[in-house]
Write a protein that binds this ligand. Sequence first.
Ligand code: SF4
Ligand code: SF4
Length: 659
Amino acid sequence: MPRVPYWNIDFGIVMDLLAIPVIFIFLYGFYRQWLLIRQGKMRVNPDVGKMIQGIAAFQPGAFFVRGILNEKLYRKPFSGIAHGFVFFGMAILFIGTNLVILNVLFGLPVFNGAFNQWFMAFGLDLAGVLALCGVVFFLLRRAFMPERLKLPAARKGFVIACGLLGGILLTGFILEGARLAAGSLEIGAFAGNLIAAGFIGNTHALSIHTVTWWIHGLLALSFIAYIPFSPLVHIVLAPVNAGFADPAPGVKMGVIDFSSFESEDSEEAPLLGADKLSDFTRKRFLDFASCVWCGRCQEVCPAHSTEKPLSPKGVIVTMAERLSKGQLDEPVWDNISMEAIFNCTTCAACMEACPVSINQPKTIMKFRQNLVMEQSKIPELMGKAIASLEQRAHPFFGTGSGMAEWRKDLDVPFFEAGETEYLLWIGCSVTYEQRAQKIGRAMVNILNKAGVSYGILEDFRCTGDPAKQMGNEFLFAEIAQQNIEEFSELGIKKIITLCPHCYNSFTRHYSKLGGDYEVIPHGSMIQMLMDENKIKFDKKPQRITYHDPCYLGRRNGEYEAPRALMSAAGNLIEMPRHKNESFCCGGGGGNYWAEETGRRINQERAKEAFDTKADIIATACPFCLLMLTDGLKKCTEETKAFDIAEIVASCLPDVSRSS
Ligand code: SF4
Ligand code: SF4
């Protein structure tokens, strides 16, 4: 029996008429979502030019690759493939249904020849079967939920959505089988033909067809009406969120313009962080509304996975629930603890894992800024680090090292205005932490050997990054301004950094305060010298595993230069979690100065590195080096953790690793 509209159905027009209010409900549901999201603050001033700029920031590539093709979902192959079956299966069935409508309305010849056999029969049957398999997978997973879905709460509505989809697909197959049984089997329609065999000789086949037709239609209409009021709203919100997500890697916190505090117009004063929903921008509201409560962020979070109170999923779903209930102005502290907010190492693993492009760390950091700048609340050790920054221009309270100790007995030139090409920015951890001082010495040896025109500052202060990470934007802005002024007096244009936190500050934040420099991380600088044959060394018979610092890798997209160096110095072997899926050392977000509760993050990471059986555990960040060195004490008494500069320097003729 070919497809004939309303075959075996009386009053089928009723279903078409029912579709009209359903379309209105569907559109109203999304309009309601927009009304919720538009309550957020505008990220830019609402003048037309800025609004056009905002819309122009939309990334069609991210919309398509991350939002429509769901690129990140496949990192978990089972659920990714099941999602693909459901999403693309239903999309193909939707196309098929529309082709039938076009055939009915305009006689589009879709039921002829090969197209009918391969798409309308075989293609649609295959899409339906795969979609059904996906639905069964998701229903089973709801019955046996992994922890990431269950905790701190599971989103309601997925079972109803899967039930509706499963019902639509099953009734669709029954309809096809009954239709084919009443006529003849169809080449390609393998599922329909199979079901048709069950109908042959059944005297109730036509009645079953009629009843199923109504059930199928009503299920389909219910499903469409349910989409904007259910977790399925992400079908539309997730691609839009991906399109408007910042294309730069990492968190990109921006800087606060404190000059407006001097204005008499108090309306102009910027917010100091956030403590309630209404403090966030529309983009963050879109984040909250897009969350599917999948818990992938929570699963990779170093704080959560070491039994600390922070759950990035918990933070986002708290805000999502407040958004859906319209709780805009109630402070969040009943649901989100100060301890959780300071547990965040700002590693961006959650962002990287999130399938719908949500920026969890930005929300967490806004809460942290509020705690520090509005409420003067900060954990004790972090408070001491901030006090040291204010009084001594570096956060290493209790250090026994002076500013020049790291370069004792070393030939290090000072930066000379108009003469020197690169400023070698030493940074406070290399200056004041004994173990990290060797990074500075190694880099000086490499630069001297290569004959690079470089110099250091005789007297310097921190970049201010620890203040920013701990939420004290006032202090960061003050320190950054002082550095920018000094750099400008010296005519500094090019900077080599030893620490990814300094690199991140100079490139992401100083540029917003008027300090524009060409900044090069030390790994990239060494690779450049190697490529230009300015340094030469032979590979040693050593196995090296490399730990990606979060502020170099996930937050700034640099994965390859350190690997190229380590491959030149020995045999590189990877840890299970590496590159964009690397696990934090635990020191980021100011947590270098934290009393950890639960298991220690650095010990977890050090064990993972140790278990590779590598001879050397390399990294490219002084904070990572210090955290890993400490963490490794649980595994071995040997010194195994080194910075990439130390490893390269030890391969150079006449330079030892400890010089
Ligand atoms: S940035 Fe890192 S520590 Fe913070 S919530 Fe995300 S995964 Fe957890
Ligand atoms: S924030 Fe992203 S990763 Fe986390 S639960 Fe929501 S959708 Fe999943």
